[in-house]
Design a protein around this ligand. Structure first.
Ligand code: AMP
Length: 191
């Protein structure tokens, strides 16, 4: 079973590339951002709790996020592998994910980290705002907050996987197909 953490700042292309990887490798895609947004849309208790955090570009508290992610993994018992997109976003989430997978006899195979310069991220997010309908894409201050949160709280998660020799940096600038080829090659190269 291959389990991939697809990592990178907001606007790095994690969602787009996840869709390609699902088509090609048959992974189950778990995006915590998507799960929160669908709960907000459905006005569930979880959605009500998460909304204020998403709208401000802040992280939803670890306890709630970890429980939601674990429930989502448990809901796909026949998965041949997962792509975790937007999770883990804190070191505590990474530790919880490792322990949870270990309890099932599994592990993260690799962190594939899309590397994109900050200026390019701002340009992409502003463009995405035209079509995404996402409140958190529409306001430059919220975009900046998400980039700051990424740099302060999420970037250290890369160290967690570097320490386990699982970090693979992938150039996230270029054509979508080109980036997909880089990610595929990295996945095929995993033992
Ligand atoms: P994304 O769709 O990955 O850009 O996530 C959108 C928003 O959902 C983030 O700005 C956070 O408010 C929330 N979110 C998504 N994933 C997580 C996570 N792993 N931990 C905490 N908050 C998250």
């Amino acid at each position: 079973m291959q389990n991939i953490v697809l990592f990178g700042p907001p606007g790095a292309g994690k969602g787009t590339q996840s869709a390609f990887l699902v088509d090609h490798f048959g992974f189950v895609h778990l995006s915590t951002g998507d799960i929160f947004r669908s709960n907000i849309k459905g006005a569930t208790e979880l959605g009500k709790l998460a909304k204020s955090y998403l709208d401000k570009g802040q992280l939803v508290p670890d306890g709630v996020t970890i429980e939601m992610l674990e429930d989502s993994v448990n809901a796909s018992p026949d998965a041949k592998g997962f792509i975790f997109d937007g999770f883990p976003r804190t070191t505590a989430q990474a530790e919880a994910l490792d322990a949870f997978l270990k309890g099932k006899g599994h592990a993260i195979s690799a962190m594939l980290a899309l590397e994109v310069p900050e200026e390019e991220l701002r340009t992409r997010l502003a463009k995405r705002a035209e079509t995404s309908g996402r409140v958190d894409d529409a306001d430059p201050l919220v975009i900046q907050k998400r980039i700051d949160v990424y740099n302060e709280e999420t970037a250290p998660v890369a160290e967690h996987y570097r320490f386990q020799n699982k970090y693979i940096g992938v150039q996230g600038v270029g054509g979508m197909e080109e980036i997909f080829e880089r990610l595929s090659a990295a996945i095929k190269g995993l033992s």
